[in-house]
Design a protein around this ligand. Structure first.
Ligand code: KE4
Length: 428
């Protein structure tokens, strides 16, 4: 037992299932020992052995400014000294709600919650309450948190209702969830043709990050908006990952689409527990205490989490922020592609704003089936070769990566040097 990470992991597995508080952190997809981080600063993390890493996970998206940004830390400190939680309205959460409705035109009203899962779970219930319908449409490869109704895998055949993708979820709960193929416009049209008037909502990641990165086709986005409008179904953009990550007006701003409801998380809390759901006033006003759809939370709108979120949202609105972030992310992907190409390794990348995907396949995938043809084993070897050289990528071939405003020339140079050696080790 030579590493403090290994020692901590051995201890942790005795008292926390899998040694982690969220499964993907356990490195089961890539193998090896998860790193226990002790601190982060800017684009960097340090693990329990004191080893430094350039961080491309960024806590799975929230850390868009980099770790421990002084203005965010100060906002948290200045708020915390006046009390952590009141369970009552505060001006600060009103400020956050007003800011969000200014930043996203589709948000006429919002509710603050404590996680992305809470946001999507609430949005689904609200859509069902608003429409009086039960059927929810989601897409294979999209992840929306761990609410029962959304832990669903595709049914045995097209247009058959989903089966639970987790034990502990009653089949009854998922029998109203239809799982279709992402970017399959014909399949979506057929579902609406057959069951359109029973569909309460369609929920999707408008740029997928949870089967690694997959962009939507323009016709798929158009069909989603047309069909849901025509059939009175609620269109929910789950922007927990893409929200204020792919652009200042999220993915809906990139695509020029107004969803009926939007869910947010990650960046919006700046690293603190904060989720948001919101959208059309006529839908949101169905929520208690106004309407019959119940939703609540002890720490909803928590002042300290909101302070971190407000500081973050203010800082990402500085002119040129997303141009710079997108340029850095594109440079990262292009540099990795060039390194692999030089060595004749089949590899490609894709980026949207400050998120990226890398694949051991010849072209960026456009569907779940295509993602599954990527060479997972090669990714796992690449992951560890980069980790050994101080570059922390997402510990799964099926997760997107994230760049922060703190990533600069030095971090890219180190990353490319590590990638040259890592690709050499694969070519060898
Ligand atoms: P949380 O409950 O983890 O805050 O959010 C759930 C969620 C909802 N919607 C989307 C599009 C998401 O990406 C997520 C959470 N994303 C994962 C990363 N793949 C969080 C990391 C984890 O599960 O540990």
């Amino acid at each position: 037992m030579n590493s403090r990470n290994e020692e901590l992991f051995a201890r942790s597995q005795k008292v926390i299932p899998g040694g982690v508080n969220s499964p993907v952190r356990a490195f089961r997809s890539v193998g090896g020992t998860p790193r226990f981080f002790t601190r982060g600063q800017g684009a960097w993390l340090w693990d329990a052995d004191g080893k430094a890493y350039v961080d491309y996970v960024g806590s799975w998206g929230p850390m868009i400014l980099g770790h421990a940004h002084p203005e965010v830390i100060r906002a948290v400190q200045e708020t915390a000294v006046h009390g952590l939680s009141f369970g009552a309205p505060t001006e600060r959460e009103l400020e956050m709600a007003e800011l969000l409705t200014r930043m996203l035109p589709s948000l006429e009203m919002v509710r603050l919650v404590s996680s992305g899962t809470e946001a999507t779970m609430s949005a689904i219930r609200l859509a069902r309450g608003f429409t009086g319908r039960n059927v929810i449409v989601k897409f294979e490869g999209c992840y929306h948190g761990h609410a029962d109704a959304l832990l669903v895998k595709a049914g045995s055949g097209a247009l058959t209702f989903g089966q639970p993708s987790s034990s502990g979820v009653p089949a009854d709960t998922t029998r109203h969830t239809l799982v279709l193929d992402y970017n399959d416009t014909a399949g979506l049209e057929q579902a609406f043709a057959v069951q359109g008037d029973d569909i309460a909502a369609v929920i999707l990641e408008p740029v997928v990050g949870n089967m690694n990165l997959v962009r939507p086709t323009p016709e798929f986005i158009r069909a989603l908006r047309d069909l849901t409008s025509r059939h009175g179904a609620v269109l929910i953009f789950d922007e927990v990952m893409t929200g204020f990550r792919v652009g200042p007006a999220c993915a809906q701003g990139l695509f020029g689409v107004k969803p009926d409801l939007t869910t947010l998380g990650k960046v919006v809390g700046g690293g603190m527990p904060l989720g948001v759901f919101g959208g059309r006033r006529d839908i949101m006003e169905k929520l208690a205490p106004l309407g019959g759809v119940y939703q609540a939370g002890t720490l909803s709108g928590n002042p300290v989490a909101v302070a971190a979120g407000l500081a973050t949202l203010r800082l990402i609105q500085v002119p040129g922020f997303f141009d710079r972030l997108s340029a850095t992310t594109q440079r990262l992907v292009s540099g990795l592609e060039a390194s692999a190409r030089t060595r004749g390794i089949e590899f490609c990348g894709e980026s949207v704003g400050g998120m990226f995907g890398i694949f051991f396949r010849s072209a960026p995938p456009t569907s779940f089936a295509e993602v599954m043809t990527s060479d997972k084993e090669r990714f796992n070897r690449f992951f560890h070769a980069m980790l050994d050289r101080g570059v922390y990528l997402a510990p799964s071939a099926f997760e997107a990566g994230f760049v922060s405003a703190a990533h600069g020339d030095d971090e890219l140079r180190l990353t490319f040097e590590a990638a040259d050696a890592a690709f050499d080790s694969l070519a060898g």
